[in-house]
Design a protein around this ligand. Structure first.
Ligand code: GLN
Length: 484
């Protein structure tokens, strides 16, 4: 087996036994990137020299007796997460040449553990999207079918993991951006509870739902990365002081007797029938593993997309105000006055989707519309969260499809923002409620991966990872690889 194909768990065992070195592992990943990324276009920046230097350092640390799952493990980082000294663009022209002056808190944590950064991955500009077509640097392609999107917005990270360019990748999930691409690319994506992992050093999209998290080849690997990146951070006051825990060992426990709720609103007519069948088969498998399947209802689900697309643009219009041509990135200097610095820099720097969201957000926050749209959306958001809490007091987790469809063709939905927004129908509710959720591969429709989403209670990552791990062991879809 090629070293880049290994999981974190497998590679760390080999590293610990001295069978391989981090330098060898890192070289294998870099070679794989060279071999296939011309076609996939998952990476925006590859840091070959720096990666090999950190791999060497990791090997030396191991020689001195240091241990740890992530010591010497190569990974890729979504390009909206700051990495000191490395270009960090958020896939936007406005940050095309921006070098991050410091590391995000989660990167610091991974550095301390000795993980090795290979480079930065493509995404929808500022994480606005569900296909990675909104990148200013061109779309990433799905390793299972190069004519199709990898999902978004963390499409580069998911495609890179699916194509074995790295052992794991980091993404961010604001309204599905880890889970959607994980499902389209046939890998595992974990959106942690809001506040479980620090947002310090993330380029903010929607501060009230943004969460960084891992995209991996197995649920076990997701547990390993989550343990490493979670925890309270003084620099992010929304992080919670909840014990991070050792997820990796606990997720091996069985799911006998676990109550799995099936919300009927997630199995609707308009969705792809084959996806529905595949997810229903996956749920049967959970039943065979001893879980109790319980039909439940979440009637406010249908409001999640409209609520999300009011709250998200509102926060975006505020968060993107800092990109004014003065403080960061692109600055237009062929101008007559200060106002023109703003308008020309923003006009040239932002893509169409970022502009659309800035305008939408500014509109719904303006006097006269604030109460009708923004305030109303916040009230419905509270209802959605309360409804989840109620149902999750009776069941342990919820099982649903991650997406209503499999990966669509590049260009198929990019001219119709509404259709693209509807892709978020099953992922946006958990984001609005701040709940943890995982997407795990559960089958194929016409050669394209389908994802099973498991939503858990607040800080209930251990349980959703346990369901993911048990399912994976029984079903074995995670061992299927795209041929490139
Ligand atoms: N598709 C969602 C959006 O476009 C997801 C974004 C995200 O999670 N970053 O807003």
């Amino acid at each position: 087996m090629r070293l880049n194909n290994l999981t974190i768990k497998q590679a760390s065992e080999k590293l610990a036994k001295g069978e391989i070195t981090s330098v060898e592992l890192t070289k294998a990943c870099l070679a794989r990137i060279k071999e296939v990324d011309e076609k996939v276009k998952a990476c925006l920046t590859v840091c070959e020299k720096e990666a090999l230097a950190s791999a060497k350092e990791a090997d030396e640390r191991r020689k001195k007796g240091e241990t740890g799952y992530l010591l010497g493990i190569p990974y890729l980082v979504k390009d909206n997460i700051l990495t000191r000294g490395i270009r960090t663009t958020a896939a936007s022209k406005i940050l095309e040449n921006y070098i991050a002056p410091y590391d995000a808190e989660i990167i610091k944590k991974l550095n301390r553990q000795g993980a090795v950064i290979l480079g930065k991955t493509n995404m929808d500009e500022f994480a606005h999207g569900a296909s990675t077509e909104n990148s200013a640097f061109g779309p990433t392609r799905n390793p299972w079918d190069l004519d199709r999107v990898p999902g978004g917005s963390s499409g580069g990270s998911a495609a890179a993991v699916a194509a074995d360019m790295c052992l794991f990748a980091l993404g961010t999930d604001t309204g599905g951006s880890i889970r959607c691409p994980a499902s389209f690319c046939g890998v595992v994506g974990l959106k942690p509870t809001y506040g479980r992992c620090s947002r310090h050093g993330l380029i903010a999209m929607t501060s009230s739902t943004d969460v960084p998290g891992p995209i991996t080849k197995t649920a076990e690997d997701a547990a390993i990365v989550l343990s490493a990146i979670s925890g309270k951070d003084e620099k992010d006051s929304t992080t919670a002081d909840v014990e991070a825990g050792n997820y990796e060992s606990k997720i091996k426990n069985s799911i006998k007797g676990l109550k799995v709720g099936i919300p009927k609103e997630y199995f609707v007519d308009g969705m792809n029938k084959k996806v529905k069948e595949i997810v229903e088969t996956a749920i049967k498998k959970l039943e065979q593993l001893g879980a109790k399947i319980i039909p439940v209802s979440l009637p406010h689900t249908k409001y999640a997309v409209p609520v999300y697309y009011i709250i998200t643009p509102s926060e975006i219009s505020s968060n993107l105000a800092r990109f004014d041509g003065i403080r960061y990135g692109l600055s237009e200097n062929n101008v007559k006055n200060l106002m023109e610095v703003y308008t020309k820099s923003r006009g040239r720097g932002f893509g169409a989707e970022a502009k659309r969201r800035i305008m939408l957000g500014t509109y719904v926050l303006s006097a006269g519309y604030y109460d009708a749209y923004y305030l109303q959306a916040q009230k419905v958001r509270t209802k959605i969260a309360q409804e989840f809490d109620q149902v999750l007091s009776k069941v342990d987790v919820l099982a649903t499809p991650t997406s209503p469809n499999t990966a669509f063709k590049i260009g198929e939905k990019s001219n119709d923002p509404m259709e693209m927004y509807l892709e978020d129908i099953f992922v946006s509710p958990a984001s609005l409620a701040g709940l943890p959720a995982i997407s795990a591969p559960c089958g194929f429709d016409g050669g394209l991966p389908v994802g099973l989403q498991i939503i858990g209670r607040r800080f209930g990552e251990e349980t959703i990872l346990r369901v993911g791990h048990n399912y994976e062991q029984a079903a074995d879809w995670h061992n299927q690889k795209a041929v490139l």
